[in-house]
Design a protein around this ligand. Structure first.
Ligand code: NAD
Length: 260
């Protein structure tokens, strides 16, 4: 369906990004798997994805908190695979702490990775996409782009900001065959979620088991974690020609959380 399109997925070495990279490769895209780890550590993964789907799959290490590193990654993508048709802004981190104790350096780092990186990548790819008359930008936001939870000031601020960026991008590109949408997952079982359980337990004064039941799954009416495959399937749909009229949308995949 997306044969020979060039897709770049940021933060694709694990979790949601990895599932999206696999799903786009399965549709015939050449895929860049970005991560902050050294390229030699990512290459076994890209070799596996490339062989499984008969597509080019390139490992590109770049720190999404660093605009020069982002620019270098984009330039290498274009020189090695060609112009970028599909951009998935997925890289993200979390830090859980009460606002009055939130470390300023964690705020800066989280805003840089979860929000500003999407500005830098979108800014670079949008002009060429509009010139070619086709493009897809998918921003992996969060239910926390639509509603808030305590102790996640930087994350909630970044994800709300990402929804604003999504809408502006969509409006500016609407007549040029380029769509931009945000996916807003509730809790999805990935390393990002596993890693925050001890901090959530500390911030809420709960056991780790209670964090899962009383904090994470409590707001999700279906009481289930979403799966990485569900997020990847929606990404593929948004990138398909059948997704052409969906733009500027913030699409929850949250078991009903934000319907409350
Ligand atoms: P994850 O920890 O499995 O993956 C995060 C990815 O981002 C990894 O590949 C990591 O290497 C990369 N990354 C982190 N810092 C980076 C940096 N400085 N430069 C380049 N890459 C960097 O987490 P995940 O749960 O798959 O999260 C992916 C996205 O989905 C994030 O934006 C997250 O906010 C969002 N999200 C996750 C959930 C969830 O419950 N898991 C819910 C809503 C939204």
């Amino acid at each position: 369906m997306l044969k020979n399109k060039v897709a770049l997925v940021t933060g694709a070495t694990s979790g949601i990004g990895l599932a999206i990279a696999r799903a786009l490769a399965a549709q015939g895209c050449a895929v860049v798997v970005n991560g902050s780890r050294a390229e030699r550590e990512i290459i076994p993964l890209t070799d596996e994805i490339g062989k499984a789907h008969g597509v080019k799959c390139l490992a590109l290490s770049a720190d999404m908190a660093s605009p020069p590193s982002i620019a270098a990654m984009l330039a290498r993508t274009v020189s090695e695979l060609g112009p970028i048709d599909i951009l998935v802004n997925n890289a993200g981190v979390q830090h859980v702490a009460p606002l009055h104790e939130f470390p300023p350096e964690k705020w800066d780092q989280l805003i840089a990775i979860n929000l500003s990186s999407a500005f830098h990548t979108s800014r670079a790819v949008l002009g060429p996409m509009m010139q070619r008359g086709w493009g897809r930008i998918v921003n992996i936001a969060s239910a926390h782009g639509l509603v808030a939870s305590p102790y996640k000031s930087a994350y909630v601020a970044a994800k709300h900001g990402l929804l604003g960026l999504t809408k502006v991008t969509a409006l500016e590109a609407a007549e040029k065959g380029v769509t931009c949408n945000a996916i807003c997952p509730g809790y999805v079982w990935t390393p990002l979620v596993e890693k925050q359980i001890p901090d959530q337990a500390k911030a809420h004064g709960l056991s780790e088991k209670d964090v899962v039941e009383k904090v994470m799954l409590a707001p999700q009416p279906n009481k289930k974690f979403a799966t990485v495959e569900e997020i990847a399937a929606l990404t593929v749909f948004l990138c398909s020609d059948m997704g052409a009229s969906i733009t500027g949308a913030s699409l929850p995949v949250d078991g009903g959380w934000t319907a409350r």
